[in-house]
Structures are given as structure tokens and as C-alpha cells.
Design a binder for this molecule. Structure first.
Ligand SMILES: *Cc1c(COP(=O)(O)O)cnc(C)c1O
Length: 403
């Protein structure tokens, strides 16, 4: 293999070199007397990426799925009624987990390409006068379809109905990349993972819990669902002393320290704006590719972290993905579940810049033409270039000082 294998899947994302270096260190003593100083700063700074000042943040040695499980097990009981919606592979899996853990799930199926049906949520919440719904779940960014939903809208629906249900958000492919406001939006449980916006390898399940969620956990008093590895109680007890209830993934935590430093120095608003600019380049490309279109059914659903793109009629998206991989050393995201063969995805989150993305677009374009798509070679790259030339700030230009 020559040069790099290019990675443009929506997680794991590219790990910045300083973060990789920060993880290359000898094993350390996770019970060292100065370890709590490190852990305290880490958890405090992690909250800044979630935009939360209240509540707590938990870091489990797991993937994001573990944090999903923890959120449910620690705050709900078997048989509790919850409101969920399903419009892609990840929201589908979350519903599946909720059902398997014994919740009574009221699930709204939505056409793939659209997202959380806020109006329908509002209607069901308003109708639930007895407050039987204990929690409302929303997948902020459906990674399978490249669809972003309106979490603030879900909060407003809860408030309008004066409904006390908790708000659960899957932010695995959105938090630390696009706007997310734990406190302002009144989110009670927010799930993320290390390998997407946080620019790390997989292995940390990150979970923000509001004061209300922590109170719900306390009210269960070790009753409710069986929980052990993902127990809030165990984690809180040890985190309060600066340690963990079992061996933490210290290398990943050191890497997280580095990625947090990078993110907080840049500023969250600036990270969100960069993701929007990058995504707009990809969307300009899709517009320029004859016969291709976004799976997202309209601008209100466009995701700034991943684009799922329908291959033209008669072109198997699997051929596009495998040609990109073998011939052009570029990994594109596959079409999941019913999008298999129909769509491919370009992940545009985490550590990347316009020129990297032009490479991914170029690879996808060559692979599309190879697979039989009747698109004008160069058309997609040209559209992205035009978009990036118009919108990319000159971030690295030296500041010229007056003599
Ligand atoms: C990646 C992802 C998950 C699953 O996370 P894992 O870390 O693979 O367990 C869940 N939800 C969304 C929206 C995701 O993008």
C-alpha cells in the first residue's frame, strides 16, 4: 500500500496525530495518589463539550452502546412506558434495546430520510394527561441516513405539554461536532462515544446525566432494573474520590485529555461551524452528481456530520464502496439495513479539513464512474472546491503586525 488508507466513515474517525501521541505512553497506576487530579479535570472539561454545568458525566470503558444501556438501567424500571421513534439503523437498535430491557415502548415509525416527528411527540405528550410516559427518546443524528433532528423542538414539546418525562438523547454522532446544548435544551441523559466527534479510538462510552436523571436514579434506591457494570451508584461513589470502580482505559483517558484540550482551545461554536462548512461542500457535490441524491428528505434534516447518498438508479452502492476501498484506498460508509446496495455514506466529522474531504469526494467520484454511474468526472470535486473556496476561513494566515 502506498501513502495512507483514507478513512471517511462516520466513526471511527481520524485520530489527530497529537492525540495518537498522547496515548503512546507507558502503563500507569490507576490508583496513584495523583490520579484524582487528572480525573477531576477530565470530567469537568468533558462537561464543557456537552454544554452542561449541572449534573454529572460518566465515562465507561465501553462503546456508545454501553452508555445507552446505562442510561436506561439507571433511571427507568421494567414496564415503564417510553416514547421513541425509528428512522434508521441506530434509532432502530435503540428501540430494540429498550424493548429487550423490558420497557413498554411506544414507537413511531418514520420514513427513513426524516427524523424525530416533533409534532407527533407533542400530540402524544399532550394526550398523556396521567403522565404515564416516563421518558422521551430522540436520536439527534441518525448516522445511517445522515439525518439530524430538532432536539430543542422535543424539549419545547415537553414543556408545552407541561410533561415531566425525562429526555434521552442519542448524541453519539453529533455531540462534539454539531450544536448540542445539554442544559439549555433540558436534556436528561445524553449518550456519546469516543470514536466519533471526540476523535479517539472506540472504547469510551460517555453519558451526561442531568440533576433530574440523577434524582430518578436515587429514587430507584437500588431497585429498578438489575445493573452492575454500568451502575451509576458504583461509578458515583468512586468518581467522587477521583477513581473508577474498575480498571479505567487510561490510555484512552490520556487521549481524551488531549482531544479535549484541542476542542476547548478551538471553541465548540467554531467546531460546529467547521462541520457545517464541510458538510455543505459534500452537499454541493451531491447536487452536482447526476442521478445521486441525499437520503435526507430535505434541508431541515441535513446532517453536518455524515451524508448518506443514494447511488444512481442501476448502480450498486456496494460496488462503489468496494472499488473505493480496493482501488482508491478509501473507506466510505456502507448502506445499513434497507439502504444496503442503495446508498453509501461519507463521514465528515472529527478531525478533517476541506482538502481531505476533496480526496474522499474524488475517490467516491472515481468509484461511482467505475461502477457505471453516468456522472461527469470532476463535477462533484469541482462543486466541492467552489464551495470550500467561498467559505473556508484563512485560519493559519500569520497575523501581520504593524512595524
Ligand atoms: C455509532 C453510533 C452508535 C453506536 O455506538 P457504538 O460506539 O458503536 O456502540 C449509536 N448511535 C449512533 C447515532 C451512532 O452513530
Amino acid at each position: 500500500m502506498n501513502g495512507f488508507q483514507h478513512l471517511y466513515i462516520p466513526g471511527p474517525t481520524n485520530v489527530p496525530e497529537p492525540v495518537r501521541q498522547a496515548m503512546n505512553l507507558p502503563m500507569e497506576d490507576m490508583r496513584a495518589p495523583d490520579f484524582p487530579d487528572f480525573v477531576g479535570g477530565l470530567l469537568t472539561d468533558l462537561k464543557k463539550t456537552y454544554r452542561m454545568e449541572q449534573g454529572r458525566i460518566f465515562v465507561f470503558p465501553s462503546s456508545g452502546t454501553g452508555a445507552w444501556e446505562s442510561a436506561i438501567q439507571n433511571t427507568l424500571q421494567k414496564g415503564d412506558k417510553v416514547l421513541m421513534s425509528r428512522f434508521g439503523q441506530f434509532s432502530l437498535l435503540w428501540v430494540d434495546m429498550a424493548e429487550r430491557l423490558g420497557l413498554d415502548v411506544d414507537v413511531i415509525d418514520v420514513e427513513w430520510g426524516k427524523g424525530v416527528p416533533v409534532d407527533e411527540y407533542a400530540a402524544r405528550l399532550a394526550a398523556d394527561k396521567e403522565h404515564r410516559i416516563k421518558a422521551v427518546f430522540a436520536t439527534q443524528n441518525e448516522t445511517a441516513t445522515g439525518v439530524t433532528s430538532d432536539i430543542e423542538g422535543v424539549r419545547k414539546a415537553l414543556d408545552a405539554a407541561n410533561h415531566p418525562a425525562m429526555l434521552f438523547v442519542d448524541g453519539v454522532s453529533s455531540i462534539a461536532s454539531i450544536e448540542f446544548e445539554m442544559d439549555k435544551w433540558g436534556v436528561d441523559l445524553a449518550v456519546s462515544g469516543s470514536q466519533k466527534g471526540f476523535m479517539l479510538p472506540a472504547g469510551l462510552g460517555i453519558l451526561g446525566a442531568s440533576e433530574k436523571a440523577l434524582a430518578a436514579n436515587k429514587a430507584l434506591e437500588n431497585a429498578g432494573m438489575a445493573r452492575c457494570y454500568f451502575s451509576f451508584e458504583d461509578m458515583i461513589k468512586l468518581n467522587d474520590t477521583g477513581y473508577f470502580p474498575y480498571t479505567p482505559a487510561t490510555q484512552l483517558l490520556r487521549g481524551l485529555r488531549c482531544s479535549l484540550d484541542m476542542m476547548l482551545e478551538t471553541g465548540m461554536e467554531s467546531i460546529w461551524a467547521r462541520h457545517k462548512r464541510l458538510a455543505e461542500g459534500v452537499r454541493a457535490t451531491v447536487d452536482a452528481w447526476d442521478g445521486c441524491e441525499l437520503v435526507a428528505r430535505g434541508p431541515e434534516w441535513h446532517s453536518d456530520t455524515v451524508s448518506a447518498i443514494y447511488a444512481p438508479e442501476g448502480v450498486d452502492a456496494r460496488d462503489v464502496i468496494s472499488t473505493a476501498y480496493y482501488k482508491y484506498q478509501t473507506s466510505l460508509g456502507t448502506g445499513l439495513n434497507k439502504l444496503m446496495g442503495k446508498a453509501f455514506r461519507i463521514g465528515h466529522l472529527g478531525s478533517l479539513n476541506p482538502v481531505m474531504l476533496c480526496g474522499a469526494i474524488s475517490a467516491a467520484e472515481m468509484a461511482l464512474v467505475d461502477a457505471g454511474a453516468k456522472i461527469e468526472p470532476g463535477s462533484g470535486v469541482a462543486a466541492a472546491q467552489a464551495q470550500f473556496r467561498a467559505t473556508t476561513p484563512n485560519v493559519n494566515a500569520p497575523v501581520v503586525k504593524a512595524a
